[in-house]
Design a protein around this ligand. Structure first.
Ligand code: UDX
Ligand code: ADP
Length: 464
């Protein structure tokens, strides 16, 4: 039986997942470790508003379990030694150098973890891949661990995470399924069963699917590719709607009621973001190419190309509508996170839309209820399009949405935060320069109401 869990990586996956395991399994001690000292300090902060991750419901379960059976620390070696099972939840960004640059997943953090485990482990362990990884990564981890020569037995399992940010706690409490892949050997099956017992503390067994390692790894990439494909498909239709006079929300509703299609993931947007979709599809494309499967690679790559197009056309539409120039004009950006209810900004469409507008020399006033100014600047600096000083000069971040929109030529809504719908839009209109424009990249605002106030409105996927 697993009694002690170590999770390496206290990020968006490791943090919430371990908080839920600790909450549901009071008999298991859970140590979450990270090299990032500040992150661990934040996880341990008395003030729950300082937790490094914003996720509805997370602070409640962290405060309930912290320092009982849930611990956050930087002592990686001690946690590895104590554990029966080690979850690897470190980041696997797209490679920015060398072979596979811009496509393959960078596995350096995973490899470092494997080497660390190999160095300090003195008793048998189950190693669980939690981060999304290319197919056959378990093999690489296994090669590192099994050649240590210190007699320790390691079983490698793949247990991909399907939680979506913003609903992570609900998703973990009540997942559609849990996937556990392992070796088809006596020891492999034993390890799979031990991890199954952990999840069986709160989930019915029929929701826990056992597979071989490669199926589990590939299923995660496939799930994300299918989900992202739905968003790109509906976004492709949104452009057609704008040209034909159809309304994408009506089309979504009409097709979503077909039970074979289903109603989820059919919301047109300014493009999908987040740490997973783009990275996983690029990874899939890279894997397909490496097997010489060019048709497969091209098929999936189109999902990304459509997404890039959607972000770019949204930004160019703003420029075109504002009389073909935004140079020196003030534009308010509402929303920087890649979706509502998270402070995560990785691959957020807002970054790319803002970048295009800044290239056109617009001045941006930015507001997001959960994202700090330093993160916004980091995101823009990371693109390396202009100097960090230029970014500082061209953007202003405010804590108040009304101040953000004041004296601007246009407002662009880039995240679907609920609070945006409840604003006093008449007050905002009165404070803006005229003609006042709204570009709703999430189709969350009521076009008729806004037009009645006097706004000129562009809402994604709505034709005229
Ligand atoms: C995704 C998967 O859903 C999850 O199972 C996996 O573990 C990690 O990747 P996440 O990236 O957290 O989760 O969020 P998700 O809700 O999938 O949204 C991804 C992006 O797609 C967001 O930018 C969102 O705004 C966008 N999206 C989603 C749309 O534009 N329209 C939709 O209908 C749904
Ligand atoms: P994810 O969304 O996959 O959880 P994050 O970037 O939020 O990604 O979290 C990954 C965490 O893993 C980061 O906090 C990072 O500091 C941590 N990390 C990366 N490599 C190691 C390592 N070798 N040992 C401990 N922690 C690590």
């Amino acid at each position: 039986m697993i009694k002690n869990i170590c999770c390496i990586g206290a990020g968006y996956v490791g943090g919430p997942t371990m908080a839920v395991i600790a909450n549901k399994c009071p008999h298991i001690k859970v140590n979450v470790v990270d090299l990032n000292k500040q992150r661990i300090l934040d996880w341990n902060d008395e003030d729950l508003d300082k937790l490094p991750i914003y996720e509805p419901g997370l602070s409640t379960i962290v405060s309930r379990n912290r320092n009982k059976n849930l611990f956050f620390s930087t002592d990686v070696d001690k946690a590895i030694q104590e554990a029966d099972a080690i979850f690897i939840s470190v980041n696997t960004p797209t490679k920015t150098y060398g072979v596979g640059k811009g496509m393959a997943a960078d596995l350096k953090y995973i490899e470092l973890c494997a080497r660390q485990i190999a160095k300090v482990a003195t008793s048998d362990k189950i190693i669980i891949e939690k981060s999304t990884l290319p197919v056959r990564t378990a093999e690489a981890i296994s090669n590192i661990l099994k050649n240590t020569g210190n007699g320790v037995n390691f079983q490698i399992l793949s247990n991909p995470e399907f939680l979506a940010e913003g609903t992570a706690i609900d998703d973990l409490f009540n997942p559609d399924r849990v996937l556990i892949g392992g070796e088809d050997t006596i020891k492999g099956r034993e390890a799979i069963n031990k991890l199954t017992e952990v999840y069986a503390n709160w989930l019915p067994r029929e929701k826990i699917l056992q597979t071989n390692v490669w199926s589990s790894e590939l299923s995660k990439l496939t799930a994300n590719a299918f989900l992202a494909q739905r968003v790109s498909s509906i976004n492709a239709m949104s452009e057609l709607c704008e040209h034909t006079g159809a309304d994408i929300s009506e089309v979504s509703k009409a097709i979503g009621t077909d039970s074979r299609i289903g109603s989820k993931f059919l919301k047109a947007s300014v493009g999908f973001g987040g740490s997973c979709f783009q990275k996983d599809i690029l990874n899939l494309v890279y894997i397909a190419k490496s097997y010489g499967l060019d048709a497969v690679a091209d098929y999936w790559e189109q999902v990304i190309l459509m997404n890039d197009h959607q972000k770019r056309r949204f930004a160019s539409n703003i420029v075109k509508t504002l009389f073909n120039t935004v140079s020196g004009k003030k534009i308010a950006i509402l929303g920087w996170a890649f979706k509502k209810d998270t402070n995560d900004t990785r691959e957020s469409s807002a970054i790319y839309v803002a970048d295009e507008l800044l290239n056109e020399r617009a001045e941006l006033k930015i507001y997001d209820p959960k994202v700090k100014e330093s993160k916004i600047l980091n995101d823009l600096n990371y693109l390396n399009t202009r100097s960090s000083q230029d970014n500082i000069n061209l953007i202003t971040t405010l804590n108040d949405p009304y101040e953000t929109c004041k004296a601007t030529h246009a407002v662009a809504v880039l995240t679907e935060w609920d609070e945006f719908k409840a604003y006093d839009w008449k007050k905002i209109y009165d404070s803006m320069l005229k003609p006042a424009f709204i570009f709703d990249g999430r189709s969350i605002l009521n076009v008729q109401v806004l037009e009645k106030i006097g706004f000129k409105v562009y809402s994604i996927g709505k034709g005229n």
